[in-house]
Design a protein around this ligand. Structure first.
Ligand SMILES: Cc1cc2nc3c(=O)[nH]c(=O)nc-3n(C[C@H](O)[C@H](O)[C@H](O)COP(=O)(O)O)c2cc1C
Length: 331
């Protein structure tokens, strides 16, 4: 149910998973397969009897019925918020906007006061917390709670709602994505500027780095030889390098201030840490001084952190990531 730990490695899954006894499925593989279903991201909220706001990140949201207006969210029975939701007389579903990745991370983490850093107000009907800047929100009265395996299904009747024009935050295969980033990649690829298209090819904590003409190390890319980079050329290049990898989600789109070059990088999962050209280097052993530019360094450092936390985001520039980390209290 939770997409949180799905991982691009699961993309490499080739044999169908069969089990005579379905309770013996590899839970990780099953979660990975569920993660192929692209969703939005919500923060579902309520209040304790003493009025303390509570909430958790959920991508299991589904609209259920228009008349009466019903929706559902699945909540893990292991959640620290379960007892509060069971006893609540109102809850709210906040559909996060594409700028709200950090909020999604906060409400999926174990920080004690998830509401400390964000602006929110009471919902007009039931009083459950409505988050400032949400793409849409639904203030609900509990309609039914259904026991379902290791989760409970919270069905709510919508008593009040609102929606804005903001793009929602997307989630697929353990990483966030945004329409805004996809549009920016399309614009970069169609524009006048020179475009580099590359991939962070990963296998079990190692990434593929190739030595360039000046001795610098960089992820494999196309478009540095004068011709425009493209996804087709990138796939061809990886094939020629003897790398068995499948391209995953878009990871970063940025412009190098000094050269004006637009870079578009995808994540890719390799089936093995082997290549005829370049070598796979463990993320904690990357010789950072050999990376040829600051934006490339920022992008790979971000990848290292997100890989460690098993949660990948999308950013339009390296700076946005570091700003967000600092705002979240990181040094
Ligand atoms: C993108 C994303 C989607 C998630 N979806 C769900 C979900 O639908 N249901 C759920 O119970 N947990 C989900 N989780 C996990 C919870 O947010 C997380 O386990 C929880 O907040 C941990 O704290 P808790 O034990 O206090 O609930 C999701 C996490 C992420 C990052």
């Amino acid at each position: 149910m939770d997409g949180a730990e799905a991982h691009p490695r699961d993309l490499a899954m080739k044999e169908p998973v069969m089990a005579i006894d379905p309770t013996q499925f590899d839970v990780r593989a099953l979660r990975g397969a569920f993660g192929a279903f692209m969703t939005g991201v919500t923060v579902t909220t309520t209040k304790d009897v003493d009025g303390t706001p509570r909430g958790f990140t959920a991508n299991s949201f589904t609209s259920v019925s228009l008349d009466p207006p019903l929706l559902l969210v699945c909540l893990s029975k292991t959640s620290s918020t379960l007892a509060t939701f069971r006893g609540a007389n109102a809850f709210a579903v906040n559909v996060l906007a594409e700028t709200q990745q950090e909020i999604a991370n906060t409400f999926a983490s174990k920080v004690s006061d998830r509401f400390a850093q964000i602006a929110w107000r009471d919902g007009p009907a039931g009083g459950a917390p409505i988050l400032e800047g949400a793409a849409a929100w639904f203030d609900c009265a509990p309609h039914q709670m259904i026991d379902a395996g290791d989760h409970v299904i919270l069905i709510g009747e919508v008593k009040a709602f609102d929606a804005t024009d903001a793009n929602g935050l997307g989630y697929a295969r353990g990483g966030y994505f945004t329409l805004g980033l996809e549009q920016k990649a399309v614009a970069a690829a169609a524009g006048e500027a020179h475009v580099v298209v590359g991939a962070i090819v990963e296998h079990e904590g190692k990434v593929l780095l190739v030595e360039d003409e000046t001795g610098g190390l960089r992820p494999p890319s196309t478009g540095r030889d004068g011709e425009r980079g493209s996804v087709a050329r990138l796939k061809n290049k990886l094939f020629q390098m003897g790398v068995d990898a499948r391209l995953g989600p878009l990871y970063a789109v940025y412009e190098n201030d000094k050269t004006g070059v637009q870079s578009i990088y995808y994540r890719a999962a390799a089936s093995a840490a082997s290549a005829d050209e370049g070598r796979f280097i463990a993320l904690d052993e990357i010789p950072w001084s050999r990376l040829p530019s600051q934006p490339l360094t920022d992008m790979l450092r971000r990848f290292e952190i997100e890989h460690r936390e098993q949660r990948f985001g999308v950013y339009f520039s390296g700076g946005e990531f570091w700003q967000a980390r600092r705002a979240a209290g990181d040094k």
